[in-house]
Design a protein around this ligand. Structure first.
Ligand SMILES: [Fe+2]
Length: 353
């Protein structure tokens, strides 16, 4: 137990250190482009698009098509967007955030009762990144990770028992987000000239698409210019939905530069993941992104990764989207094979970023 407590970034951050251990210091080539996130957030230039979903299922065909078109453009050009008028009640989102914040405000010893054990394959629970490459590189974050949908695949015994409404609120958010995922996949399908239910079916449908919640906790960092909360990666998921506590941190690699996402009130940030990039034969983009930390405010984010089943589905560009002029850009792979393929770089297996 003692070694586990020592490995938490939160305990490191609260120990009063002025400089961070070398495992958290990024390689030289990365250090040149890590700036102060609050300054970065103010910068002008290209911005992550904001998509208004109010009319996503409007009965008026013209109005609906106009909404779909904005979504399509953002998915093609950026692969990431702020969703507004997404239909999930703000009150529910506020309660979800409160529940996660309350859990993370518990003493570390209390949270350790939920510790995962990645080496034995128990990936759900409270954890921190383990070094898995020769350099021993670590990220400045702790997290809580667990499956939230479909409901029959959950393991409620490992969910936080404090606060007492954690399970109720998180379950309701997962249900509502699952509905939103169906709507988005439907619109993205129609925009590719496919039947509305096509992408939903290709990623596993109601029974097999897995929604995994990862609450990311980024403590204050004494040397934020040397560290990353999350290193650069693309999401392997189909879609990822992200909430945060209005502290900036997310950066997107767009047109050769790191762009900092601004905090947009009452929005949900959504990524197109590798799975949709593959199925769409690269028409929709899975964008490279990373997370900065800072020395003033704790950042918390709630990511829900919508993942296809590991083995049951072979992911490959849909035949309708492959032509002589546009050949398949990706080889057929199961989701597990896709993760394995990426792993030969640095990503930690099991718990996604
Ligand atoms: Fe990510």
């Amino acid at each position: 137990m003692a070694t586990r407590v020592a490995s938490r970034v939160e305990s490191l951050a609260s120990s009063g250190i002025q400089s961070i251990p070398k495992e958290y210091v990024r390689p030289q080539e990365e250090l040149t482009n890590i700036g102060d996130v609050f300054e970065e957030e103010k910068k002008e230039g290209p911005q992550v698009p904001t998509i208004d979903l109010k009319e996503i299922d409007s009965p008026d065909e013209v109005v609906r098509a106009k909404c779909h078109e904005t979504l399509k453009k953002a998915a093609q050009e950026w692969g990431v967007m702020h969703l507004v008028n997404h239909g999930i009640p703000q009150d529910l989102i506020d309660r979800l955030k409160k529940a996660g914040e309350t859990f993370f405000s518990l003493p570390i010893e209390e949270k350790e009762k939920y510790a995962n054990d990645q080496e034995s394959g128990k990936i759900q629970g409270y954890g921190s990144k383990l070094a898995n490459n020769a350099s021993g590189q670590l990220e400045w974050e702790d997290y809580f990770f667990h499956l939230v949908f479909p409901e029959d695949k959950r393991d409620l015994s490992i969910w936080p028992k404090k606060p007492c409404d954690y399970t109720e609120v998180t379950s309701e958010y997962a249900r509502q987000l699952r509905g939103l995922a169906t709507k988005i996949l439907g619109a993205l399908s129609l925009c590719l000239g496919l039947e509305e239910g096509r992408l939903e079916k290709e990623v596993g449908g109601m029974e097999e698409l897995l929604l995994q919640l990862k609450i990311n906790y980024y403590p204050i960092c004494p040397q934020p210019e040397l560290a990353l909360g999350v290193e650069a990666h693309t999401d392997v998921s189909s879609l990822t939905f992200l909430l945060h506590n209005m502290v900036p941190g997310l950066q997107l690699y767009y047109e050769g530069k790191w762009i900092t996402a601004k905090c947009v009130p009452d929005s949900i940030l959504m990524h197109i993941g590798d799975t949709i990039e593959i199925l769409s034969n690269g028409k929709y983009k899975s964008i490279l992104h990373r997370g900065l930390v800072n020395k003033e405010k704790v950042r918390i984010s709630w990511a829900v990764f919508c993942e296809p089943p590991k083995e049951k589905i072979i992911l490959k560009p849909l035949p309708e989207l492959v032509t002589d002029a546009e050949p398949a850009l990706f080889p057929p792979r199961t989701f597990a094979q896709h993760i394995q393929h990426k792993l030969f770089r640095k990503t930690q297996e099991g718990v996604p970023n």
